[in-house]
Design a protein around this ligand. Structure first.
Ligand SMILES: [Zn+2]
Length: 364
């Protein structure tokens, strides 16, 4: 797997007491990772299923068992902290750098199966849901990580994208982070998630369709044109490096929303080259720290979403990261109400050009 020349990434896979996979990622000198999960765990929950809305074509996952999942436990019962002082968590080691494991209450799990047809298209909730722990430090945040640790997380995302993309029935791999109770985060420990979908996600499906239409109309790639136009214009560009540019999209849906693209179009994380991988941590950490400076309220709630090409649709969709907050002022959140939730039609209270200007101003 990918690592820098000076700090190779070690990958150690093990199994939790109920059979779920756990993988440690370590940079630098090799670390023995042989702690055993000694917890008596219940059997894994029943499988979910997916249904396709016949009116919109959107897929919906039905996962009723998730109602029982762990919800905002006190810090001393955090399941993502290392196992220490006799307290056993999801991670048997007494310390770790980055750890990835299968979600105990997954929305999606297991092998693919037959789909029913017609107006009631449905099938098994195949795929996988994983948790990515960014650090053993319960009180940290991604923005607090060193560049080396952010690079290790990038390596873990990349390794999991490759592994999950190879699973039968997986159509798309989605790495993301929810940060903040305002977003609905149920565990405070700094972590992200990975969903391996058995379908192409609705937002991705719309992008794939738009890219195909753009190709038909112009003969060019939609994302190449979009990135070139934003870089030439510059009004909505927040920051740029040698290999990546971050800008507020022209029709941003959220009060503060930034899209980060590599200059070279690639379908997913596995196709980034070493120069692109090396530059990413500095730019991404810079963006997260700017988000935290926007409102003078400390940690800004956000969603950070990697868009990766689905299986068999890798020619047009460009890997990029979409980072946005639901906070619009120091004391106001953007709620998805009738217009947004009812119609998927967003009303944004902050102009994208103003948002870009603010994000440039809070550089430090
Ligand atoms: Zn914790």
């Amino acid at each position: 797997m990918a690592g820098t020349a000076t700090e190779p990434t070690a990958r150690t896979a093990t199994t939790l007491a109920d059979g779920r996979e756990l993988i440690y990622y370590d940079s630098g000198a090799a670390v023995p990772r042989n702690a055993v999960d000694r917890r008596p765990l219940d059997p894994r929950p029943p499988a979910s299923h997916v249904r396709r809305d016949p009116a919109t074509g959107d897929w919906v996952t039905v996962a009723a068992h998730r109602q029982a999942r762990t919800y905002q436990p006190p810090a001393e019962e955090c399941p993502l902290c290392p196992s220490q002082d006799g307290r056993l968590s999801e991670i048997p080691a007494a310390d770790y750098q980055v750890a990835v494991f299968e979600n105990r209450f997954p929305s999606l799990a297991g092998p693919p199966g037959e789909l029913t047809g017609g107006l009631r298209t449905a099938g098994p909730g195949a795929g996988r849901c994983e948790v990515v722990c960014f650090t053993a430090d319960h009180d940290a945040s991604f923005a607090d990580l060193s560049e080396a640790r952010a690079r290790l997380v990038l390596d873990a995302w990349t390794d999991r994208t490759a592994a999950l993309s190879a699973l039968p029935g997986v159509e798309q791999v989605y790495c993301f982070e929810n940060r903040g109770a305002e977003i609905g985060v149920t565990l405070a420990h700094p972590h992200g998630q990975i969903y391996a979908f058995p379908f192409t996600a609705p937002r991705t499906a719309r992008m794939v369709a738009r890219a195909a239409a753009h190709r038909t109309a112009t003969g060019r790639n939609l994302f190449d044109d979009l990135l070139a136009a934003e870089r030439a214009d510059g009004e909505r560009v927040v920051l740029a490096g040698e290999h990546w540019t971050a800008f507020v999209p022209f029709a941003a849906r959220w009060p503060y929303e930034v899209h980060l693209y590599p200059h070279r179009r690639v379908p997913d994380l596995t196709a980034l080259d070493e120069a692109e991988r090396a530059e990413f941590p500095r730019l991404y950490l810079d963006l997260l720290r700017r988000f935290d400076r926007l409102f003078g309220t400390g940690r800004t709630p956000y969603i950070s979403a990697w868009h990766q090409a689905p299986r068999d649709q890798r020619d047009e969709l460009a890997l990029h990261l979409e980072l946005f907050t639901i906070r619009r002022t120091a004391d106001k959140l953007k709620y998805l109400a009738g217009v947004e939730s009812g119609m998927d039609a967003f009303v944004n209270d902050v102009s994208p050009e103003h948002a870009a200007q603010r994000l440039r101003e809070v550089a430090r």
